[in-house]
Design a protein around this ligand. Structure first.
Ligand code: BV8
Length: 228
């Protein structure tokens, strides 16, 4: 990768598909007859907190049973070896990037293995179910919710992401349909700021127009090829 120093990688559900985690397009309407957009919203949580807690408890349990795949491992190798800036911005709430060994990971939509207190806003590493309304270790209130950014909520660390995009020489999007903002807008931002842009995805995403290059295929094959 000649004259490339600073890289931003954006990952979506497609990078975890070969680990056995359903993508949103697959699970969109399949979960207890609810669309993810209905369940993954503050309104959905207010309407039926038990349903939403069960939805995330099931996903938190499921993620313990799967492993990182070759794509996660290739990005972890890049992270270990790359001397320039590298930021892996993931829309995923699983911990597969970290379990593969990646360090420079930013979960813009939160994490399954974290709980957020609606009362004191503390975030706690969490692997147990939330359905039984455990108390917040900070304030003691029974106000814990999944530490996941729902539709209509502000994603985490947007300033840090835009700062990385401003410095990026290369922006690589892996396994995302480009359907959800603001993540879907990063490629345009990066390109307009002068970065080269590469899409690695099973199919062309919604923002494919903005990529200098787009390679179709499975992440487990494309990402190791790109990293090597
Ligand atoms: C916000 C956490 C503002 C929850 C998620 C109209 C226009 C523009 C925007 C909007 C609009 N109306 C509403 C909005 C805003 C909204 C939005 O974008 N809606 C969409 C539906 C139009 N966005 C928001 O609400 C965001 N917040 O805008 O805040 C704001 C401003 C001020 C103050 C307050 C707020 C927050 C969005 C975050 C929602 N939370 N996740 C959870 O996980 O349960 S989103 C969730 O869905 C994911 O995190 C991800 O972001 C998205 C799904 O996208 P993908 O990851 O791409 O998954 P998908 O299944 O779609 O695609 C998989 C891809 O992989 C496919 O392309 C497939 O081909 C490919 N693939 C499959 N297998 C493989 C593969 N590729 C390679 N290899 C394989 N093996």
């Amino acid at each position: 990768m000649t004259n490339i120093r600073n890289i931003v990688v954006l990952t979506g559900a497609g990078i975890s598909a070969e680990s056995g985690i359903d993508t949103f397009r697959d699970a969109g309407g399949l979960w207890e007859q609810h669309r993810v957009e209905d369940v993954a919203t503050p309104e959905g949580f207010a309407r039926d907190p038990e349903l939403v807690q069960r939805f995330y408890d099931a996903r938190r349990e499921a993620v313990r049973k799967v492993s990182p795949n070759a794509a996660h491992e290739a990005l972890a190798r890049l992270d270990a070896e790359w001397e320039g800036d590298l930021l892996i911005v993931t829309q995923n709430v699983d911990d597969l990037h970290e379990r593969a060994g990646a360090k420079r990971v930013l979960h813009m939509h939160g994490e399954l293995l974290s709980a957020l207190c609606s009362r004191c806003e503390a975030r706690h590493r969490w692997s147990a179910p939330l359905l039984g309304q455990p108390s917040c270790p900070g304030c003691g209130e029974q106000a814990l919710r999944p530490d996941v950014v729902w539709f209509g909520e502000m994603p985490y660390e947007m300033d840090r992401i835009y700062a990385a995009l401003h410095r990026a020489d290369l922006f690589v999007s892996i396994g995302t349909s480009g359907a959800v903002y603001p993540a879907a807008g990063f490629v345009r931002e990066a390109r307009e700021l002068g970065a080269r842009t590469l899409e690695l995805n099973l199919e062309r995403g919604e923002g494919s127009y903005w990529f200098d290059e787009s390679r179709q295929g499975k992440a487990g094959k494309l990402v190791p090829e790109w990293v090597s």
